[in-house]
Ligand binder design. Structure first.
Ligand SMILES: O=C(O)CCC(=O)C(=O)O
Length: 199
């Protein structure tokens, strides 16, 4: 008699693109919400408002979208997708989201190689999964490709031009970058799923 138990083993892909997570209208509504807020110059070195300005490493404008009645649907929808995606593809112990960051990359804006594994000062938890929801159409901008260095090599990576409404998810420790935008505007909603320390 077999003693084997058929456990569910997720595919453990380092990066998953969830197509059509948000409709065009929903992406536009997130954009309208972001555009009504006050933009900050994005910093490096810490999550949240701490950190330093360093335009050679990161140049983009951001807004922190706050949870309130009008924005609750964004948090709920993201939660639905992330819970399903985590079950199907990652199987991480996750507790909550870090901030929801609306990002606007205009001509010359970029974000050089970095990873997102920081201890969130707000919660004392670690960023384990990173998510970027594309809010722009592919022909709204040039440049601004998203690169993920899964192999550890910065040269052997395929730039991704993600479609509007698609959500890119990946392990937060994987180095990634946004190449400089050369025309138009690239808009994303970025968030991170937090959990306790890896052990
Ligand atoms: O805008 C993106 O697609 C990703 C940006 C990013 O890497 C970040 O904010 O950590």
């Amino acid at each position: 008699m077999s003693r084997r138990i058929d456990l569910y083993v997720p595919p453990m892909e380092p990066c998953v693109i969830w197509s059509g997570g948000f409709t065009d209208e929903e992406c536009d509504s997130i954009k309208d919400t972001g555009e009504l807020c006050e933009f900050l110059d994005a910093k490096v070195g810490s999550s949240g408002e701490d950190g330093t300005l360093d335009e050679t490493a990161r140049k983009t404008k951001i807004v922190w979208i706050q949870p309130k009645e009008e924005t609750a649907w964004i948090f709920e929808r993201m939660n639905e997708i992330v819970a399903k995606m985590n079950f199907d593809k990652f199987q991480m112990d996750l507790t909550q989201f870090d901030g929801f960051q609306y990002s606007k990359y205009e001509v010359g804006d970029h974000y050089d190689w970095h990873n997102d594994t920081v201890l969130s000062p707000r919660s004392g938890l670690f960023r384990k999964l990173s998510f970027s929801l594309m809010l722009s159409d592919v022909d709204d901008y040039e440049g601004g490709e998203f690169l993920l260095s899964i192999s550890g090599s910065e040269t052997k990576t395929e730039p991704m031009k993600v479609k509007k409404g698609d959500l890119v998810a990946f392990y937060s420790h994987i180095p990634h970058k946004v190449s400089p935008v050369t025309s138009g505007q690239r808009l994303t909603l970025v968030t991170w799923a937090l959990g306790s320390k890896f052990k």
